[in-house]
Design a protein around this ligand. Structure first.
Ligand SMILES: C[S@@+](CC[C@H](N)C(=O)[O-])C[C@H]1O[C@@H](n2cnc3c(N)ncnc32)[C@H](O)[C@@H]1O
Length: 248
């Protein structure tokens, strides 16, 4: 990340946006499970929220300096921070219950490498494991923030197909404003009830009746997110610059 971008992605305004709006929208009612991998934590503002939602979190960051700083900051917590490249993960196949990709894919320097990263995510997920994440669309302001930095925007219109090509099933890709969120499962058809409606058709069944997503699990996640937000004492600030990291 360039210096301005890094400053934005470390700011209290970004922390507030991530915890109050972005992560609740992206995580929705999905269950992350017991062993979660975050790719591209950067300064760790997404990590700060995730680590309060799951028992065990591993964060892999390609920038060794950022990885070292985050590892130092989170020593003694439930997070293991490792320097590494999401396109070449050092984990055994089928280890993780979920993998999260928050505003990081556009930093992977080619569509081919992004696809390789998706295939690696698929490899390290358990059967029925969840990949969930978000990225920003290609806008003039986002290009400005990324001057001198890697910026290979992901087109949401083709991302479903790319997830399928990487070995995921029933991908869900949904755009809102200048962002999109996505989710997909590594696994067989019968494991897919936990996912929301696909772009291909209407929701066949109310979410609360689907196996894996019960009203109580939804409530638990909402409560956990509220607690996470309170725990990191995020001020409800709204500034234009805060959105630049990934939003406007
Ligand atoms: C824009 S930051 C997002 C940080 C954080 N997820 C957030 O939303 O606040 C993207 C991060 O992804 C990291 N990254 C890029 N390519 C990566 C790769 N192949 N493997 C792991 N991390 C990567 C970058 O170094 C950067 O720290």
């Amino acid at each position: 990340m360039n210096e301005a971008h890094l400053r934005i992605c470390s700011s209290p305004e970004w922390a507030s946006y991530v915890a109050d709006e972005l992560m609740p929208w992206v995580l929705a009612s999905y269950e992350l499970g017991d062993d979660v991998l975050e790719l591209g934590p950067g300064p760790g503002l997404t990590t700060d929220v995730l680590r309060r939602l799951v028992p065990q979190l591993t964060a892999v960051e390609i920038d060794t300096s950022l990885a070292t700083q985050l590892a130092r900051r989170l020593v003694g917590t439930n997070v293991t921070v490792l320097p590494g490249d999401g396109t070449q993960l050092q984990f055994e196949a089928g280890r993780f219950s979920a993998v999260t990709l928050f505003t990081m894919l556009h930093h992977v320097p080619s569509a081919g490498l992004q696809d390789r990263l998706l295939a690696e995510v698929r490899r390290v997920l358990r059967p029925a494991g969840l990949v969930v994440g978000t990225d920003g669309l290609d806008t003039a302001q986002r290009r400005e923030v990324h001057v001198g930095d890697t910026f290979i925007p992901v087109d949401p219109a083709t991302f479903s197909d790319r997830l399928s090509a990487a070995g995921f099933t029933n991908p869900v890709v949904e755009q809102s404003g200048d962002r999109f969120r996505f989710a997909a499962l590594a696994g067989r058809q019968e494991h897919l009830q936990a996912l929301g409606p696909t772009r291909a058709g209407p929701d066949p069944e109310p979410r609360s009746r689907r196996k894996g997503v019960t009203p109580s699990s939804t409530t638990r996640l909402a409560e956990a997110i509220s607690k996470a937000i309170a725990a990191v004492e995020l001020a409800p600030l709204r500034s234009r610059i805060s959105r630049s990291c990934g939003r406007r």
